[in-house]
Design a protein around this ligand. Structure first.
Ligand SMILES: Nc1ncnc2c1ncn2[C@@H]1O[C@H](COP(=O)(O)OP(=O)(O)OP(=O)(O)O)[C@@H](O)[C@H]1O
Length: 253
């Protein structure tokens, strides 16, 4: 079985600070992996390198067997051109903490923009699909609303629908509920739970350990740019093998 996501000896540095220190990770199709760890451990940077929002300094990322961001020319490895990189990145959906919806566009317009521009879908087709997705995230009646008219939880559900509209091969979530008022967290986690049950491949950076325990196939604990522990959710969260994992959990549980 081809892994959905592979990182091979992935390195990212900011100046002399090595933020990712040779990360090897393999996520199988349909797996849900939650990534936990202290602030500054490199969780966001890992996601941002997987989708090449940040250029890794060393190592490779592959999605569905295709190496991201580089190609081979005359025996040398060279960076991909912008258009080709855009095509690859469209296969890697990313949901951010801060929604990032276009404020001057309606919900529907936010959803159809990229499928029309990047995927070449007609407006009619893009709108038809967008309405289906809005139904799936429980926002069928909000197609004509502007982001400012929505709660944070609704905005994040629109952002998830917008990501799904590109039919990505994998989904990355970077603390998708951290900016939400506590009473709005559940509705976003519900949507993510449905995606997990529908068989999507997901990496979720989160502080929601209840969600991780219930939904994740695996939990990864990162610290100081390394994967310290990687195992079944119950084992890592209830019976960690590594002292550093246990110390972290004792602070956050
Ligand atoms: N653009 C950047 N320039 C310089 N340093 C950066 C940059 N982005 C991240 N870093 C540093 O890299 C380290 C890892 O950051 P990262 O955001 O990946 O951590 P994190 O585990 O996601 O933390 P948090 O839980 O607080 O979001 C931190 O020390 C951070 O200050």
């Amino acid at each position: 079985m081809t892994a959905a996501i592979v990182t091979d000896q992935l390195v990212k540095r900011y100046g002399s600070h090595e933020v990712l220190r040779r990360i090897d990770l393999e996520v199988l199709p349909g797996q849900v992996v939650c990534v936990i760890g202290p602030s500054g451990s490199g969780k966001s940077t890992l996601l941002r390198c997987i989708n090449h929002l940040e250029q890794p300094d060393d190592g490779t990322v592959s999605v569905d067997g295709e190496v991201i961001g580089v190609t081979h020319r005359r025996g040398r490895t060279v960076p991909l051109g912008a258009a080709e990189l855009r095509r690859q990145r469209a296969e890697i959906g990313m949901v951010f903490q801060s929604f990032n919806l276009f404020p001057h566009m309606t919900v529907l317009h936010n959803l159809v923009l990229a499928p029309m521009k990047v995927r070449g879908q007609s407006r009619a087709e893009a709108e038809r699909r967008a309405r289906v997705l809005l139904g799936q995230v429980g926002l069928a009646d909000y197609a004509g609303a502007y982001p400012v008219q929505l709660s944070g939880g609704q905005q994040q559900r629109v952002a998830i629908a917008r990501t799904l509209a590109m039919e990505p091969k994998v989904l990355l979530f970077d603390e998708p509920t951290s900016a939400l008022d506590p009473e709005l967290v559940g509705e976003v986690l519900d949507v993510m739970r449905k995606l997990a049950h529908a068989g999507k491949t997901m990496i979720v950076v989160t502080h929601e350990l209840g969600f991780a325990r219930e939904v994740a196939d695996r939990v990864i604990f990162m610290d100081e740019g390394l994967i310290v522990e990687d195992g079944p959710a119950d084992q890592v969260l209830s019976n960690p093998r590594e002292k550093r994992t246990a110390a972290f959990l004792s602070k956050v549980l």
